[in-house]
Structures are given as C-alpha cells and as structure tokens.
Ligand binder design. Structure first.
Ligand SMILES: C[S@@+](CC[C@H](N)C(=O)[O-])C[C@H]1O[C@@H](n2cnc3c(N)ncnc32)[C@H](O)[C@@H]1O
Length: 291
C-alpha cells in the first residue's frame, strides 16, 4: 500500500494541526470547512461517519486548500463565498469579505424602507454587493445603483446580483463615489474604507496582506472617504431621504460632524453586536414649504 489512507476524522485532525501551527484563529472550524470543500462530504457525515475513508485525490485537494489557509489567505477567498445576511455571496481577492458587523447597516436600512413601497437605493462602495443586494432581496419594489472604484469588485457585484435574480432591479456603476450619479434617492448606504493607513500593517494578515487596499485604507486619519462621501450623499438624497453609513471604532463624533457640515441631520449612531458604535443614521432635512 502506498500513501496512508485518510479518514474524514484523521484528515480533519491533520488539517487542524497545520492551521493551529500557522496561527489561524479558528483552526477547528476552518479545517472542517476546507474538508467539506475538498471532499464534497456534508457536515453531518463528518460527525456521524468520521471513519469514512477519503480518496487520495480529495486528500491532495485538502492539502492544497490547507496550505493556502496556512499562508493566511481568508477562508472565504479559498471557498469563493461568504454568508452575509443569510445569503451566500461570491467573493474573491478583489472584494472585501463582508463582515457580520455590516449586517447592522442592512438592518437599519430595512427599518427605513417600507416593504410595500417602491424606493431607489444607492450603495457607495458596493464591493461584493452585500449591503445593496441584501436590501433589494428584502424589498421587492426597490431598485438600486451600486458604485465602486474597482472594476474587479463590480464583476463580483454583478454576478451576485445575477445569482439572486436581481439584475433587472440593479445597476452596477464604475465610478468615484457619487460622481456622475443622478439622484434623487430615498436611501443611501455605504461601508467605506475607514482604517487609518498606519493601522493596516498591524492587522491580521488575512486583512492586511490579502484584502484589497482600496477597500480598507481611509487615509491618515481614517476619515478621507467620509470627507468625499457626505457632500455626495447630501446632493443625491431627496429631501427627507435617509442614510445608513458604517464607521470604524471611535469615529462616531468625527463622522457625524462631517455629515452635519455637509448639511445632513444625524439622528442616531447604532452599536454593533459587540456594543461598538457602528452605523451613523440620519437624513437630508425635509424641504421647507415656501411662503
Ligand atoms: C469596506 S469595502 C465595503 C464593501 C461592501 N459594501 C461591504 O460592505 O462588504 C469599501 C468599498 O469601497 C470601494 N471604494 C474605495 N474607494 C472608492 C471610491 N473613491 N469610489 C467608489 N468606491 C470606492 C472599495 O473598492 C470597496 O469595495
């Protein structure tokens, strides 16, 4: 007999040890995800039939996936997908992996949009499409525009829209924030890059090495994108229209001040699940009746 025969459990254990040694944060969990991807075996089978042998080609596939993860490539890039708001989004190195915290932006946006009314939604920095497409999935009469400066990101946004059957209700636009976009919109959402440039090298390699710089880098103080965004939000919202914008840790006061300076009303700053102020909510002031 040649190479040692692996079973589901022995392959899982070997993968887990390699990932542990590489400093991966969730080695048991990631090893199982990669085992599922390499073998096509379902989670339940791994648990109920752990001693099932796996074929040599599947074992080789697993080794290759584990090597990528040990080099700290995000597991979502290796699998090519990431669950966000109960939807599987296709992702790859050209787009930020959508984060659970960002689901708060979707929650806040849905609270601002009645289910049974048409609405126009703009997502500035659409990336994979996670925010905009989650909103459109939950609001069948809404339509939207997603803007991104990265053409590679827009390929993901468009294919995610197609996979969800949303292509007829969405336009993905290559551009620089709101430049060239025509309003008015009922709602504008954004999760812009907000990490101060100097903080990026200190982040986990999954982020600092593998995620696109354009999706992370908020300039020297982390606020560069907000300075550009808010005047566009003020111009493109209809009077009384609402915005929900994600912020980084501690940015609430500065980002709110920039919004007010652009003529917008900040109504609330909502915390994420960890209790960190995460989403700035507000509106363009309603038009005052003449006379
Ligand atoms: C933090 S990511 C958010 C992606 C996605 N909306 C999400 O929440 O997962 C920020 C996005 O803004 C885009 N971006 C950066 N600068 C931009 C600009 N000047 N105009 C438009 N989009 C920009 C990046 O390419 C990236 O996709």
């Amino acid at each position: 007999m040649g190479a040692m025969t692996h079973t589901l459990v022995s392959a899982w254990t070997k993968a887990r040890r390699t990932l542990e040694a590489a400093g991966v944060e969730l080695p048991v969990f990631d090893a199982r995800l990669l085992l599922e991807a390499a073998t096509g075996v379902a989670r339940l089978d791994i648990l109920t039939d752990p001693h099932r042998p796996i074929a040599e080609d599947a074992a080789a596939r697993l080794d290759a996936l584990v090597a990528r993860r040990a080099a700290r490539e995000p597991v979502a890039y290796i699998l090519g997908k990431k669950a966000f708001y109960a939807i599987d989004f296709a992702v790859g190195p050209a787009v930020l992996t959508p984060r659970p915290d960002t689901e708060m932006v979707v929650e806040a946006a849905l609270a601002a949009l009645p289910v049974d009314a048409p609405a126009r939604v703009l997502d500035l920095g659409v990336g994979s499409g996670a925010i905009l497409l989650s909103i459109l999935s939950a609001r069948p009469l809404a339509s939207g525009i997603g803007v991104d400066a990265s053409p590679e990101a827009l390929v993901f946004a468009e294919s995610n829209a197609a996979a969800l059957g949303l292509t007829p209700r969405v336009v993905m636009h290559h551009g620089d924030w709101g430049a060239g976009v025509e309003g008015p919109f009922d709602l504008i959402v954004s999760n812009p890059p907000y990490i101060p440039t100097g903080d990026i090298p200190g982040l986990a390699p999954e982020v600092s090495v593998h995620e696109p710089r354009l999706a992370l880098d908020g300039g020297a103080d982390g606020l560069a994108a907000y300075r550009r965004l808010w005047p566009d939000v003020a111009r493109l919202l209809k009077p009384g229209g609402r915005f929900c914008v994600e912020i980084g840790i501690g940015q609430g006061p500065d980002v709110s001040a920039l919004a007010r300076a652009a003529g917008l009303e900040v109504e609330a700053i909502k915390p994420d699940l960890a209790g960190i102020a995460r989403v700035v909510l507000g509106r363009r002031p309603p038009a005052v009746a003449a006379g």
